[in-house]
Design a protein around this ligand. Structure first.
Ligand code: SF4
Length: 84
C-alpha cells in the first residue's frame, strides 16, 4: 500500500497539468517543429517541476516535459552525469 500512496502522491501534479487541456500536438510535435507553444504553457503550469522530475526519473525520450524539449532534457542528463 505504501508504494501505491507514494505513486499517487508522485503523480499529483498531473491533476493540474495544463497540457491535459490542449491537444498532444503541442507537446509531441513532429521532428523539426516548434516547441515554443508547449514551453509557454509549461511556464504557467503549477506542476512544472514535478513533471520535469518525473520525465527525468522515467527517462521520457519524446516530447516536451516540464518546459524542456527532448534535447534539453538530454543535455541536463549529460550535465548531471558529468558532475557525478
Ligand atoms: S509542465 Fe508542461 S508538460 Fe508538464 S504537466 Fe505542465 S503543461 Fe504538461
Amino acid at each position: 500500500m505504501l508504494i501505491n500512496m507514494v505513486t499517487e502522491d508522485a503523480l499529483d501534479w498531473q491533476e493540474s497539468a495544463l497540457c491535459a487541456q490542449t491537444g498532444p500536438e503541442f507537446f509531441f510535435p513532429a521532428p523539426g517543429s516548434s516547441t515554443r507553444e508547449a514551453k509557454q504553457l509549461c511556464g504557467a503550469c503549477e506542476g512544472r517541476v514535478a513533471c520535469l522530475e518525473y520525465a527525468l526519473a522515467n527517462d521520457e525520450r519524446f516530447g516536451v516535459w516540464g518546459g524542456l524539449s527532448e534535447k534539453e532534457r538530454e543535455r541536463l542528463r549529460r550535465k548531471e552525469r558529468e558532475q557525478g
